[in-house]
Ligand binder design. Structure first.
Ligand SMILES: Nc1nc2c(ncn2[C@@H]2O[C@H](COP(=O)(O)OP(=O)(O)OP(=O)(O)O)[C@@H](O)[C@H]2O)c(=O)[nH]1
Ligand SMILES: [Mg+2]
Length: 456
């Protein structure tokens, strides 16, 4: 029997309420020992909420609470679950938890509730991992993707391929085990066709992995240029707040400023930098050094040029310093009129897209978003469904499955007997099963659930 566990499921800190969750066969019995309301929880219907008090073993009132009773199997863990909403802060929830432990509950380990949901078949492993991703999601897109994974989008795709391979392996096995029976023979071509079909699906999933990283972390985008061209104004305009100081004095920004933004659905970690120029000012010098480092560290560089002023050696220096990077060139301040330097800039940055913008009025910023989408092949951002690989563990397993399927096709191509292919087909089946949790080792499961916080 699983012991009954309890933990505070809300984060530490001050808040209106906190929730203590209890899960296991004795959840209701243990809650009844400490809860005093108008009726016994064991006599209440499932999925109902009750008002009352928690009292400790000495009969002292600890807190005024609302208790939710949820009986198996329609619960997160598929066990009986009781949730006690106490007042927030740290004292009340701690005292209620201590009382529950005294009444027979055990302290839950990190991720133990979700692990039970997995072990009881309520979630598969990708869905359990999606729960971690939702908790950790730093942006709307990552959250939405994790939610779709929780809904089973990834599991569904993986299970479909795996089922196809299991069917193929079974057919091969029958032919091997009962060679004398008059069974419909599976041909080498059949094996090859199925292996290639599955390999294509796995490849398509793998091709989403780069975008998956972007969804999770955002594109690190540095805005660079000589002083006063409007870098901080661009950051403010895209962030829709006065995040960085803007003045008409060259050399205003001294330090690197990072801001997470969503540009037409693209998650960007936008980095505003100090204007790059030769300077004797000690502080500014350090800033310029940092700007140069930001160029190296960035995934994407946005070079800004002031179209209303001169296009000069300082601009050319910045273009040279960013030549080897993924880059977009912006000619800013076009609200002041068409720049005289558009052609000169294009000639100096022939390999990059040059866009005329205004950080002040927003002209050209949609074009900037479209260019980023095309550089990173992010057209799929407009679609909401479809599985995207965001997890390294899934990516590794998919690569293993693909390699095995390629070996199957090669073996058939070399006219080896089909039963030789069986080994690699089974290998691919196992690799795919690792993703959903069907064939995963205990140590990996342990590892995954330890990434959780206590109470989840
Ligand atoms: N008309 C117009 N003025 C702009 C535009 N963008 C920025 N400016 C002005 O240009 C000046 C410099 O803007 P900043 O955003 O501080 O420029 P910066 O590149 O961050 O400058 P440093 O931090 O000194 O390197 C300010 O007076 C802004 O108001 C624009 O699109 N149009
Ligand atoms: Mg600035």
């Amino acid at each position: 029997m699983n012991r009954t566990i309890a933990a505070i499921s809300t984060p530490a800190g001050t808040g209106g309420i906190a929730v203590i969750r209890i899960s296991g066969e004795d959840a209701v019995k243990i809650a009844d020992k400490v809860f005093f309301g108008s009726e016994k929880l064991s006599e209440c219907d499932t999925h109902t909420v009750h008002y009352g008090f928690i009292k400790n073993e000495k009969g002292e009132k600890i807190d005024e609470v609302l208790v939710t009773v949820m009986r198996a199997p329609r619960t997160f863990t598929r066990e009986d679950v009781v949730e006690i909403s106490t007042h927030g802060g740290s004292a009340a929830p701690r005292a209620v938890l201590d009382t529950l432990i005294h009444a027979g509950a055990y302290m839950a380990e990190a991720g133990e509730f979700t692990k039970r949901a997995f072990l009881n078949g309520r979630l598969d492993l990708t869905q359990a991992e999606a729960v971690i991703d939702i908790i950790n999601a730093e942006n709307e897109l990552a959250e939405r993707n994790a939610l779709s994974q929780l809904g089973g989008a990834l599991s569904k795709e993986i299970s479909k391929v795996r089922a196809e391979l299991v069917h193929l392996a079974a057919q091969l096995q029958v032919t091997i085990d009962y060679p004398d029976e008059d069974l419909e023979d599976i041909t080498a071509d059949d094996v090859k066709t199925t292996a290639e079909h599955c390999c294509n699906i796995v490849d398509r999933l793998l091709s989403t992995a780069d975008s998956g990283k972007i969804i999770r972390d955002g594109i690190k985008t540095a805005i660079v240029g000589k002083p006063n061209v409007g870098k901080s104004s661009l950051l403010n305009s895209l962030a829709r707040e006065e995040r960085a100081i803007v003045t008409d004095i060259a050399g205003t920004t001294r330090d690197v400023i990072e801001e997470y933004i969503n540009l037409n659905g693209i998650p960007l970690v936008l980095i505003d930098t100090a204007g790059i120029r030769e300077t004797d000012d000690t502080v500014e010098k350090i800033g310029v050094e940092r700007s140069r480092n930001s160029i190296q560290a960035a995934d994407l560089v946005v070079v800004m040029i002031d179209g209303s002023s001169f296009f000069d050696d300082e601009d050319i220096d910045v273009l040279n310093a960013t030549r080897h990077k993924k880059r977009i060139v912006l000619i800013n301040k076009t609200d002041l009129g068409q720049s005289k330097y558009v052609e000169a800039v294009k000639a100096r940055a022939a390999d990059s897209r040059v866009i005329e913008v205004s950080a002040k009025t927003g002209i050209g910023l949609d074009e900037l978003a479209d260019e980023i989408k095309s550089i990173y092949d992010l057209g799929f951002l407009s679609q909401t469904d479809g599985a995207v690989i965001t997890n390294m563990r899934h990516k590794t397993a998919l690569i293993n499955a693909r390699d095995a399927l390629v070996r199957v096709s090669e073996a058939i191509g070399m006219n080896m007997p089909t039963d030789i292919a069986s080994i690699d087909i089974n290998y691919a089946i196992d690799a795919l099963g690792e993703i959903t949790g069907e064939t995963v080792s205990d140590s990996i499961v342990e590892d995954i659930f330890h990434q959780f916080c206590v109470g989840k």
